[in-house]
Ligand binder design. Structure first.
Ligand code: SF4
Length: 364
């Protein structure tokens, strides 16, 4: 257990906290981009261990949460097509769309199935040759290579009835879009660990170079995150922003070339709609023409109607880092994990679900 236990070592964590307190003199606003980091920060109570003048903000790194209502509506409309089986990761099933959810569509007779991977969806396609099986492809650069591999597998096995609704998103373009929006002032960004294992740290170089903001890639154990905060504080105090890798066991500057090649073979960069942010140029992945027979967007034509956000839900502001869950008047009352109104309360990596589970009321 060497590579896990040492990153949960309370002694090491204490030393890092002491160093952060010693080093940090000026107020700093740090955003953890990734929902997995938000969960780890709350689970281990890390916000409370940092100096008051270090403010942690949650970012848009929850794939379920950032899926636009219009895209979810499309998945629901596909599920209602005759002869179609829609497969999806579990969290997506419960997310309310504009007028319904995949769960509700299933209750009304649509064939919606939870799968744990795109390979499971291929298996479903093999078992149901007379049906069209659509996999709802969400996620960032971490999952896109696995979906690309599934499409290549379907091609190699001659499976014709497997299709992917590609809703994949790219991290660096949305970070840039958020910084360009200028709604939230940041001094440092904790860059996602799993995504960076694929793309490396180099794609974030624009953060210090163009925006003079500190950056550090972090893993998901408490010591990983404290180490990243320490690196950010060091850069901020020195006035020398750069991109540090505080997750050397998982991330190299150039990333994983094989995974990148796989992703680029099947997908091409495309515009993508983000919940609460809107259409962001070059922030998504579309299936290349060579593989269009697997593209659910090309195979089916559905008109789900105009997208509507859940009334009173401020997920959009939370995903942009300008609001916190306790600022939502529905938080913990009309909206709970048992009865979620918006996606941030559904996903296990959503900010609202995390605040609710770990009791984060003060928004630090
Ligand atoms: Fe949306 Fe519920 Fe979060 Fe409010 S508490 S922002 S309604 S998900």
């Amino acid at each position: 257990m060497k590579f896990v236990n040492e990153y949960r070592d309370p002694g090491l964590g204490k030393k890092l906290i002491e160093r952060i307190w010693r080093r940090s003199k000026r107020p700093a606003r740090l955003m953890e981009f990734c929902g997995g980091h938000t969960v780890a920060i709350f689970k281990h109570g890390l916000r409370q261990l940092l100096p008051e003048h270090i403010r942690m903000l949650s970012g848009p790194g929850c794939p379920v949460c950032v899926t636009a209502a219009a895209d979810l509506d499309k998945a629901i409309a596909l599920a209602r097509q005759p002869g179609v089986i829609v497969t999806s990761f579990g969290d997506m099933i419960r997310v309310p769309g504009s007028r319904s959810s995949l769960q509700q569509a299933k209750a009304e007779g649509a064939d919606v199935r939870v799968v744990y991977s795109a390979q499971d969806a291929i298996t479903t396609a093999g078992e149901n040759p007379s049906k069209s099986v659509v996999f709802v492809g969400i996620g960032f650069e971490t999952t896109a290579p696995t979906i690309a591999a599934a499409i290549l597998q379907a091609q190699a096995e001659g499976i014709q009835n497997f299709h992917v609704l590609s809703l994949h998103k790219l991290c660096p373009p949305i970070m840039k879009a958020l910084l360009d929006l200028g709604e939230v002032r940041l001094d440092g960004i904790i860059c996602p660990g799993h995504v960076s294992a694929v793309i490396g740290s180099e794609p974030y170089n624009f953060i210090p170079e163009d925006y003079k903001i500190a950056g550090a890639v972090a893993g998901f154990e408490p010591v990983d995150i404290l180490l990243a905060v320490d690196r950010l504080v060091e850069q901020i105090e020195a006035g020398q922003p750069k991109i540090d890798i505080a997750y050397r066991r998982g991330v190299r500057p150039e990333g994983n070339r094989a995974a990148i090649r796989l992703m680029e073979q099947v997908f091409e960069v495309a515009d993508a709609g983000w919940r609460g942010i809107g259409m962001v140029p070059g922030s998504g992945l579309a299936i290349r023409k060579d593989y269009e027979q697997y593209d659910a967007d090309k195979k089916f034509s559905v008109e789900p109607g105009p997208a509507v956000e859940p009334e009173g839900c401020i997920c959009g502001g939370i995903l942009r880092g300008v609001s916190t869950p306790p600022e939502c008047r529905l938080f913990g009352g009309a909206c709970t994990p048992q009865h979620p109104v918006g996606p941030c309360m559904v996903s296990s990596e959503g900010s609202c679900a995390t605040y609710y589970q770990y009791g984060g009321k003060h928004g630090r």
